[in-house]
Design a protein around this ligand. Sequence first.
Ligand SMILES: NC(=O)c1ccc[n+]([C@@H]2O[C@H](COP(=O)([O-])OP(=O)(O)OC[C@H]3O[C@@H](n4cnc5c(N)ncnc54)[C@H](OP(=O)(O)O)[C@@H]3O)[C@@H](O)[C@H]2O)c1
Length: 399
Amino acid sequence: MGKALIIGAGGVAGVVVHKCCQNPDVFEEICIASRTVSKCEALKKKLDGGKTKIQTAQVDANNVSELVTLIERFQPDIVINVALPYQDLTIMDACLATKVDYVDTANYEPEDTAKFEYKWQWAYRDRFKEAGITALLGSGFDPGVTGVFSAYAQKHYFDEIHTIDILDANAGDHGYPFATNFNPEINIREVTAKGSYFENGKFIETDPMSIKKVYDFPQIGPKDIYLLHHEEMESLAINIKGIKKIRFWMTFSQNYLTHLQVLQNVGMTSIEPINYEGHQIVPLQFLKAVLPDPASLGPRTKGKTNIGCIFQGVKNGKPVTYYVYNVCDHQECYREVGSQAISYTTGVPAMIGAAMVLTGKWKRPGVFNIEEFDPDPFMDALNRFGLPWHESFVPELID
Ligand SMILES: NC(=O)c1ccc[n+]([C@@H]2O[C@H](COP(=O)([O-])OP(=O)(O)OC[C@H]3O[C@@H](n4cnc5c(N)ncnc54)[C@H](OP(=O)(O)O)[C@@H]3O)[C@@H](O)[C@H]2O)c1
C-alpha cells in the first residue's frame, strides 16, 4: 500500500516500528530516521527480514531543509512524528514543502515555555488544505484513543454528551525509587504544570496536584487520581456536541509525588538554563540524563495500565452513562515488542492513525484532531492490533 517515514527512535518509535511490521500490507516500506542513527539501526536489526522493508537515516528534525532532503529521497506517503513535541512544527513545515501527510502523538510546545496548546498547529489548517494533505494530530492514547472513544460514544450512544472524565491509571511497578515512563523532560513538564478543567465554556486553572480523589479501576483496584491539564480537553471542548464539563485524571503514587516534590524544591525540574562551570545547562535536561531511560524499563515493569473515558449525557431524552477503557499489561507488551505499556499504548494508535490516513479512510485535506474522523475503523483496529477495549453502562462515577 505505501511508505512511511518514522521520525524518532525512542520508546514509542520502537513500538510503531514493530506494529508497522505487523501490518505489512499497509506499511510496505518504512524509514526510521532520528538524531542518533545507531538507535534506528538497532530497531532495523531487530525487525529486518519480514515483509516490510526497512531503511534508516540520520536527521535533525529541528532542521526543515534536512527533513525536506530526507523526504525527497525516501518519497514517503506519510510521516509519523514520534520524536518530541518540540519538533512538530518543523516536521509539519517539511510535510507542507513536499506535500506529504503527517501524523503525531503530542501537540507542539516551545522548548523554552512549558505550555502545550493546539494554536500553533491549528494555524496550519489553511496551508494543509490548500496543499491537499492531511495532518492528524494527537494519535497516541491520551491524546488519541481518548478522542476516538469520545467520537465513538457520541456516534453510537448519545444525542448529547454533557461530561467527560478521562482516567489514566498506571499500576506498573518498575522497581526504581523514581523513574518516568516516557520521556522524563516531557513527563515532568506535564505534571508540574498547573492543572485545569473545562466547565461551561471555559477552562478553570487549579494548582498542580491540588485536586485528588480515589477511583476503583477495573482490573487494577483503587488508586489515587489527580486532576491535570491535558491537551485533548482543548479539542474535545470544541468537537463534542453539548459538552459542559471535561476533566482529566492521572494516577500517581505517594512515592512518585514525594520524589518529584523534592526535585522541584531543589530546582532540578526547572527549564531555566543555569551556568555550571562555564557551561549553560537546563536542570530538567540534566535530570533526564541521570534518570533511567524509559526505553530500559520494559523488562522490569510489572502490572497493568487502565486508560479510558466516562461519559454522561442524554439519548432520546433519557440520561446515559458510558465507560469505555483499555487495560494493558506491561509484561505482555514487553514479551510482544520489547517495551512497557506506556510506549505500547502510544505506539499502537500512532500506527493505526497512520494506517487510517494511508488507506484513505481518514484522508481529508487540512489539520484535524482525531475525534473529527469516523471512529469505527479505528476502534476495530484497536481490537486487532493489541489494545482491546471494554464497555460498562453502570460504572462507578467520580463526584
Ligand atoms: N499521546 C500519548 O498518549 C503519548 C504518550 C507518551 C508519549 N507521547 C509522545 O510520544 C513522543 C515520543 O516519546 P518517547 O517516550 O518515545 O520519547 P523518547 O524515548 O525520548 O524518544 C524521542 C526520540 O526522538 C528523537 N529526537 C529528539 N530530538 C530530535 C531531533 N531534533 N531530531 C531527530 N530526532 C530527535 C530522540 O533522539 P535521541 O535518541 O538522539 O535522543 C529519540 O529517539 C513524544 O512526543 C511524547 O510526548 C505521547
